[in-house]
Ligand binder design. Structure first.
Ligand code: ARG
Length: 438
């Protein structure tokens, strides 16, 4: 009887049995499709004990396990931090935290990035907690999301709890914080390096602090750790009279390449970057300026990575992952409402450019900080498995038709805080090597 037990990232000794990561199955069986338990995920909760199965899919007692070498896991080869793209088999991930989530003060940069129908919400609640009822539901959803990730064999880490309502003052400005819900916004892993983005919102200036316990551990384990230059976030970084009043204004300003951030100093959010091995893509957005892009270009060039600036027909560019989400080698979800001006580059390289269907989320569900296109903000567990919003049945069908297995999870209330699965996570380790796809 072939019995297998996998241990978390290189630990030895008496450990909690960990479900066999798909990547090891692939390595052992040579196939992604050699599915283990066919469990109906739809309404199930994974909070209970995890199963370990033998090759006949029957449960085996723990005494029967033989220990498998961890050599095939990238931790053993590359250390704790290692990811070159958005789809290699996921081994470890940071999932954001709901705790302490605070509505950002309604400043000019927040106004430029949010929709007019929510401005009253920001005026009223800026500096105080997001509505408690929503946070409670969001928290339950995210806990369940973490359980599902663990069940799928992914190691899950969480940021520290912080009091984001605390007001801070620097020589240049005063603000309170926002949250540690979206690790994707602030952290970017490229190879063995973890980069802390400088950010562009004053309410996010100190957000990195929630991740420092984790980052110090990764550093001790051998990871490279970089913080991009901290911006001053002085008044000069923002166009104080950014003339946004309506959707028409948005379109006109975006078409003219006019953004709320100036070129006073470099700024960027990590979520404006999308990785595909030797090629990384970025957009000039409301939070990522050209100086920020140039800083990253020079930085990544040293690692042999080419940074390409893309642009989209988007009235409100902020974070590329609900606009242009690369889901596999030569495969990208391209938002049909926001055509990419450089799409020929991808087509010429033989990429599949896939237009996802319209989101199904209802108009009266509050999305305070994003559009509905969070439906395409999916997280790949490997090239053949995707975490997708359970209620988004159209995009689920699309994935199934592409031969990608959907793992449906519901985070509708967590969406209200401004992100989908890709935003709510930051992949720390994916098993794969640096390759060229373009
Ligand atoms: N600005 C995007 C939209 O409204 C949402 C992107 C969210 N991504 C993120 N990493 N927070 O479509």
């Amino acid at each position: 009887m072939l019995c297998i037990r996998a241990f978390r990232g290189g630990c030895r000794g008496r450990e909690v049995p960990h479900p066999l990561p798909k990547v090891m199955k692939k390595l052992l069986t040579g196939s992604w499709d050699n599915e283990s338990p066919k469990i109906k995920r739809e309404n199930a909760s994974w909070s209970g004990s995890q199963q370990v199965l033998d090759k006949n899919n029957s449960n085996v007692a723990s005494e029967d396990y033989i220990m498998e070498s961890d050599e095939n896991l990238s931790h053993e080869k590359h250390g704790p931090v290692w990811a070159w793209n958005e789809w290699d088999p996921l081994e470890e991930v940071i999932v954001g935290n709901v705790n302490g989530a605070t509505v950002p003060p309604f400043t000019v940069e927040v106004k430029a990035n949010t929709y007019a129908k929510h401005w009253e919400f920001f005026r009223k609640h800026g500096g105080t907690s997001f509505p408690e009822g929503y946070l409670k539901k969001a928290n339950a959803e995210i806990e369940e999301f973490c359980n599902i990730l663990k069940h799928e064999g992914v190691e899950v880490k969480r940021p520290d709890n912080m009091d984001f309502s605390q007001v801070y003052q620097t020589p240049d400005f005063e603000s309170c914080g926002m949250y540690a819900a979206m690790p994707r916004d602030i952290l970017l892993v490229i190879g063995d390096e973890i980069i802390e983005a400088p950010m562009a919102w004053r309410s996010r200036f100190f957000e990195y602090r929630a991740y420092r316990s984790l980052i110090k551990e990764y550093f001790k384990g051998g990871a490279m750790w970089t913080t991009a230059p901290k911006p001053q976030m002085a008044d000069e970084l923002y166009d104080q009279v950014y003339p946004i009043r309506s959707v028409e204004d948005r379109h006109r300003l975006a078409a003219n390449g006019q953004f709320v951030t100036t070129e006073f100093e470099p700024c960027f959010d990590a979520a404006d970057f999308m990785r595909a091995g030797r090629d990384v893509f970025v957009q000039r957005s409301q939070v990522t300026n050209y100086m920020g892009i140039e800083w990253m270009r020079r930085h990544l060039e040293k690692k042999g990575i080419r940074l390409h600036t893309l642009s989209f027909k988007d009235p409100n560019p902020m974070h590329i992952d609900a606009t242009f989400n690369i889901i596999g080698p030569g495969m990208v979800l391209s938002n049909p409402d926001r055509p990419c001006h450089q799409i020929e580059m991808f087509k010429n390289a033989g990429w599949d450019v896939i237009h996802p269907p319209n989101p199904l989320i209802s108009d009266d569900h509050p999305l305070w900080m994003s559009s509905k296109w969070l439906s395409m903000n999916v997280l790949m567990l490997d090239p053949k498995r995707v975490i997708v919003q359970s209620t988004e049945t159209s995009i689920r069908k699309l994935f199934e038709s592409l031969g990608i297995e959907c793992i449906p999870v519901n985070i509708l209330h967590a969406n209200s805080l401004g992100g989908g699965f890709h935003c709510w996570t930051c992949d720390i380790r994916r098993n794969g090597e640096l390759e060229s796809y373009l």
